[in-house]
Design a protein around this ligand. Structure first.
Ligand SMILES: Nc1ncnc2c1ncn2[C@@H]1O[C@H](COP(=O)(O)OP(=O)(O)OP(=O)(O)O)[C@@H](O)[C@H]1O
Length: 293
């Protein structure tokens, strides 16, 4: 099952593209991390997927429907936006009532247990909560809604380290028990590595790379050896970046094939290495775009 299918998706503000030519397919049951520099277009993609924003170009299908197209679609997709919006004039308890009334699959037991565990006072007005507490309330509603797909825009940015760990554990539980699919943006690659099985790197409004994290780690290598020209590399080795000294070349390549050249010392990369390489280097080879299944 595919939970998100985008074809040539783009959003333009005046003359500037916030998201351009985005083609993606995300399979159900996955936790997909969305990473990229500030202003890359992550919130724009999530806003379009949730139905908050109309695309300028292309098409998008989320959980088999058009984002924001009606009550049934809204029930299938949960979205916690970057500023974790809550109603300042309503209490925590009011939010739970509202959640129960508006969401057909609402899990009240989960919501109340979570609010109690976090230590939120049900009588407290949401406008008087701290930034982290507001985020916790919004995230609780997102999970208790029991959507098919939960879109999270930098969900843990305001949480303290312990709250962050607990929230990610709750998220993984919902994924395991209810087959929830998640797309979450974050700048915290270590968190993404802990909970995500797929990754999308968005740079300058474009998908730079997308794929299964294990595959990404297995197909990216750092090669170090005597200085040589890059055009002598086999054609199946796509160069992501290269650095030369007078005597030595270090090149980061993506390839499905084994590295057989004995002149190279081959080392693996961490997920952070891969992300940073794609964030800092312009594409030098063909776009490494993959379908996520
Ligand atoms: N309402 C708007 N009007 C004009 N430009 C906008 C608007 N919203 C976003 N943009 C621009 O679109 C681009 C993408 O923004 P977006 O918020 O999607 O980035 P992001 O990857 O989520 O960034 P961050 O990591 O800082 O949250 C940016 O250049 C931003 O300035």
């Amino acid at each position: 099952m595919t939970v998100l299918r985008a074809r040539g998706l783009g959003k333009k503000y005046k003359r500037r593209w916030a998201l351009a030519d985005c083609t993606l397919e995300i399979g159900g049951g996955h936790v997909t991390g969305l990473v990229g520099p500030n202003g890359a277009g992550k919130s724009t993609l999530l806003n379009i997927a949730s139905g908050m924003l109309e695309p300028t170009t292309g098409t998008i299908e989320v959980c088999g429907g058009t984002p924001g197209s009606g009550a049934a679609q809204l029930a299938k997709v949960g979205y916690v936006a970057q500023n974790t919006p809550v109603y300042g004039g309503l209490t925590v308890e009011d939010h739970l009532h509202l959640g129960a009334r508006l969401n057909p699959r609402w899990d009240d037991d989960l919501a109340r247990k979570r609010i109690e565990r976090i230590g939120l006072d049900p009588k407290q007005h949401a406008g008087k909560l701290s930034g982290g507490q507001r985020a916790q309330l919004a995230l609780t509603i997102g999970i208790a809604k029991r959507p098919e797909l939960l879109l999270l825009d930098e969900p843990v940015a305001a949480l303290d380290p312990l709250a962050r760990r607990e929230f990610l554990a709750d998220l993984m539980e919902a994924v395991a028990e209810h087959g929830l699919s998640v797309v979450m943006s974050s700048h915290l690659v270590a968190d993404l590595e802990r909970v995500c099985d797929h990754l999308i790197v968005l740079v300058d409004s474009q998908v730079r790379i997308a794929g299964d994290i294990d595959d990404l780690l297995a197909t990216h290598h750092r090669l170090t050896g005597p200085r040589r020209e890059l055009d002598t590399l086999p054609s199946d080795q796509h160069v992501i970046s290269a650095r030369h000294t007078d005597r030595q070349t270090t090149v980061l390549v993506r390839t499905e094939a084994p590295i057989l050249d004995p002149a190279w010392t081959v080392s693996g990369l961490t997920l952070e290495d891969v992300v940073l390489e794609y964030m800092t280097n312009p594409v030098t080879a063909r776009p490494a775009l993959e379908v996520l299944r």
